[in-house]
Design a protein around this ligand. Structure first.
Ligand SMILES: [Zn+2]
Length: 470
């Protein structure tokens, strides 16, 4: 039995939510709009139309690069990626290849066994989106509303070794985009798209075997970039690209499937080929979409209509100052300033709105000597609609409970656990479908606490606990 190690690189595309498109003044807010109503000679690629770069988009691309620990290039430029397909009326996509705006970053992720690992970011570059094709029967419809919408591509080195790292990474990219306010990064709407390059290599005595005829793993990576430290001769001689997968969950399932498929094939002595595969959710299998004999030749060359971009250190500094506090920095601050545990800090910073809500509640609660840890615990454990109950109202309720001597959740949970152990018959009845048994258990909790528990909360926690023990 051979040992194998998965080698995975990710390419993530994020559509920026700027007002206008990347190189023209058409509105970039195209989702759900009537087809071909957000177009002009530039984004339709009509002869003679000249592109003008969107400054806000470039600033957002730079922010994302900085958030991912990249260096901002002093000089970068746009190139034409030439290919012929109807989603691209110009015959080329304006992208970046040899001179990306941001290079060499690091993102920390957790793997399946909870270890922290570093994923190297090769580049974060600016490009434009293409039009959208809809195939129906023998016809294909083209909508150019999306053509020219600002798109950022984030390319990693082939550093992922399991799917938990992929999930964590994708979630972090999404979270950072939302924190920075540069994109909704919604996978279902196509604001965020993932592509994975998957291969496996044989490992002997803990070391990868050298392979002959290896090729570079990720897409437009190592050109003109010496920062890449992955030795090509350590990489498998093929890679499978997983494309057009529109949810984190499906991507994880597709990568898991691919790893198994590839290991089985290699064990049988088969040779794996370079190809693009999609995911069939009904069959829970990947399938061949396109077999590539050679790497595409896009004949990249510098776009003569767009000049080189010079970024000085002052504007990088200014952009850094304008940036929102990032999740990881907020977590550190929450631990240091409010005495929270790392887990609590991670939960409270899940979204910027949740973190802001917490801090506002702490600020208001200070007048009532409410502890930040108390605010944090309640916010994490109690489910309520934060749009309806604003922080001030929430603090008022919390203070009210404290004054009435209502038991906090942590103590209530212990008593509930006791009530469950003491009343196996009621628990069994509940599991057989007798809903009223919960009411009996609530009664026991109230009796035990001499009426100090909030009966509604006790019922909520009891139901949660009983259903998790089925
Ligand atoms: Zn346009």
């Amino acid at each position: 039995m051979n040992n194998y190690e998965p080698i995975i690189g990710l390419e993530v595309h994020v559509e920026l939510s700027t007002r206008s498109k990347m190189f023209c003044s058409c509105s970039a807010d195209y989702f759900g709009k009537e087809s071909n109503t957000h177009t002009c000679p530039v984004c339709l690629g009509l002869p003679g139309a000249l592109p003008v770069p969107n400054k806000a988009a470039l600033e957002n691309c730079m922010k994302l690069g900085l958030a991912l620990g990249c260096k901002i290039s002093d000089e970068s430029r746009f190139e034409r990626k030439n290919y012929f397909y109807p989603d691209l009326p110009k015959g080329y996509q304006i992208s970046q290849y040899r001179w990306p705006l941001c290079k060499s970053g690091i993102v920390k992720v957790r793997n399946k066994i909870g270890e922290v690992r570093e994923i190297r970011i090769n580049r974060v570059h600016q490009e434009e989106d293409t039009g959208k094709l809809t195939h129906s029967g023998e016809n294909t419809l083209i909508d150019y509303n999306r053509s020219g919408v600002p798109l950022v591509e984030i390319v990693t080195e082939p550093d992922f070794r399991d799917t938990e790292e992929i999930r964590d990474y994708a979630k972090k990219i999404q979270q950072i985009c939302r924190y920075l306010g540069i994109s909704n990064a919604d996978m279902e709407k196509g604001d965020m798209r993932l592509e994975a390059n998957v291969s496996v290599r044989k490992v002997t005595a803990g070391h990868p075997e050298l392979v002959e005829g290896s090729l570079a793993h990720a897409g437009p990576t190592s050109v003109g970039d010496s920062s890449s430290t992955t030795r090509n001769d350590m990489l498998p001689p093929y890679r499978v690209e997983l494309k057009n997968i529109n949810s984190f969950r499906f991507m994880v399932a597709a990568v898991e499937y691919e790893i198994r498929r590839q290991i089985e094939a290699l064990d049988k002595g088969e040779r794996l080929i370079q190809e693009t595969r999609g995911w069939n959710e009904n069959k829970k299998q990947t399938y061949t979409q396109r077999v590539k004999e050679e790497a595409n030749d896009y004949r990249y060359f510098a776009d003569p209509d767009l000049t080189e971009m010079i970024v000085d250190s002052d504007s990088v500094k200014k952009t850094k100052e304008e940036m929102q506090e990032l999740p990881v920095d907020k977590q550190k601050r929450f631990v240091a300033s409010y005495g929270l545990s790392e887990t609590q800090a991670i939960m409270l910073t899940d979204t910027r709105e949740f973190a802001d809500y917490f801090e506002e509640a702490v600020r208001v609660g200070k007048e009532y000597s409410l502890q930040p840890t108390k605010v944090a615990n309640t916010l994490i454990n109690k489910k309520f609609n934060r749009d309806e109950i604003l922080p001030a109202k929430f603090v008022e309720m919390l203070v009210g409970e404290q004054e009435k001597g209502v038991l906090p959740d942590e103590e209530l949970e212990k008593i509930i656990a006791q009530a469950i152990t003491d009343n196996p018959q009621a628990v069994a009845d509940y599991k057989k479908g007798k809903e009223s048994s919960v009411q009996f258990l609530v009664g026991q909790v109230m009796k035990f606490t001499h009426g100090k528990a909030d009966p509604n909360r006790a019922k909520e926690l009891l139901t949660e606990k009983l259903s998790s023990r089925v």
